[in-house]
Design a binder for this molecule. Structure first.
Ligand code: TRP
Ligand code: CA
Ligand code: ZN
Length: 317
């Protein structure tokens, strides 16, 4: 894909200049000419992301303990996200489908402006399994993508490319909502999507830092972000094709994302590198009733929420 991002290897002077400027051009005193610069991604407040997770937990608790496809908890989750986006100035679309005899919904949110022929899309599945509230899987990705979209609005960010955000239904039934969306996209619309970024399980309680090894530009973007934090990443290998980037990838869209791990145990080498507990699953509550607001590592959630914004900003200008 023809996307580029600022490297983390910039000189101190360049960093200092960039930090001083939030406008779209650098004026050079000597010549009066201008050169384009880039807007820096905002720091996403993890407290805001956690507040969304508390709301999703309350929604589950008020609806039989889950937010699964076809349930009242799913629809309430969708209405919560949609309400925030509508109030922030997004153009939202609810896409309805049927799976296992129940109605499902995807939520698509477009940020007005940017080149309509170059779309940067970020998504996460919003449904839980029926066993629990699904706060790490996948309230975490859903809340981080929501808060990034709200940051776009707060900053009135005007990227070169068009930004689109999505919350998928029925992922847990086999990527149903995202597959439905891609299947129903006209080819002309599909080719406008220059990148699809997926966020599914990004706050695991015993976290790993995994980057999808797919589109090289998207992968480099996330690796640059982590290099700036001095954190070593590993390629995501816990079940390739197990989330909503897969239908996009199969349709030829460049994809990427980050992941903090599911039921696989953390090795001792990984615990040395990342901290946490060796010999224990990245997420012991994966697909269980204990996937509640207690099942989140705040540091991982904070880092990955900032990674969402870093990639959205970096890939859209
Ligand atoms: N929601 C996914 C699932 O239930 C979780 C998952 C497993 C995942 N492996 C992954 C998400 C790899 C992203 C990448 O299958
Ligand atoms: Ca943050
Ligand atoms: Zn899952």
């Amino acid at each position: 894909m023809r996307l580029s991002v600022p490297g983390r290897g910039a000189t101190a002077a360049a960093i200092a200049v960039a930090a001083l400027l939030t406008t779209s051009a650098i004026s050079t005193a000597a010549t009066g000419t201008t050169a384009p610069t880039r807007a820096a991604a905002p720091d996403i407040p993890v407290a805001n992301v956690k507040a969304h997770l508390s709301q999703l937990q309350s929604i589950a608790s008020a609806n039989g303990g889950n937010r699964a496809h076809g349930s009242a908890g799913y629809k309430a989750s969708l209405d919560y996200i949609k309400g925030k986006l509508d109030a922030a100035g997004y153009t939202t679309t609810v896409q309805q489908f049927t799976s296992s005899g129940r109605t499902g919904y995807n939520l698509i949110a477009d940020w007005p402006g940017g080149d309509p022929n170059q779309v940067v899309m970020s998504g996460s599945h919003l449904d839980s399994v029926s066993r629990g509230a699904g706060i790490n899987d996948n309230g975490s990705g859903s809340a981080a993508v929501l808060e990034t979209a709200l940051a776009v609005s707060r900053e009135q960010y005007k990227p070169t490319k068009h930004l689109r955000f999505a919350w998928w239904g029925a992922e847990e039934l086999g990527l149903v909502g995202s597959s439905y969306h891609v299947r129903n996209l006209p080819a002309a619309e599909r080719t406008k999507i220059k990148g699809y970024l997926n966020f599914d399980m990004i706050g695991s309680p015993n976290p790993g830092y995994f980057v999808y090894d797919d589109d090289p530009t998207i992968e480099r973007t996330f690796k640059n972000y982590y290099a700036g934090l001095n954190i070593g990443t590993e390629p995501e290998r816990e079940g390739d094709g197990r989330s909503d980037h897969t239908p996009f990838k199969n349709a030829g869209v460049p994809v990427g994302g980050v992941f903090t791990g599911a039921s696989t145990a953390k090795t001792s080498a990984q615990a040395q590198k990342w901290g946490g507990t060796a010999g224990q699953a990245f997420d012991r509550c994966y697909h269980s009733s204990c996937d509640t607001t207690a099942n989140i590592n705040n540091t991982a959630l904070d880092r990955n929420s900032d990674a969402v914004a870093y990639a959205v900003w970096g890939l859209s200008q």
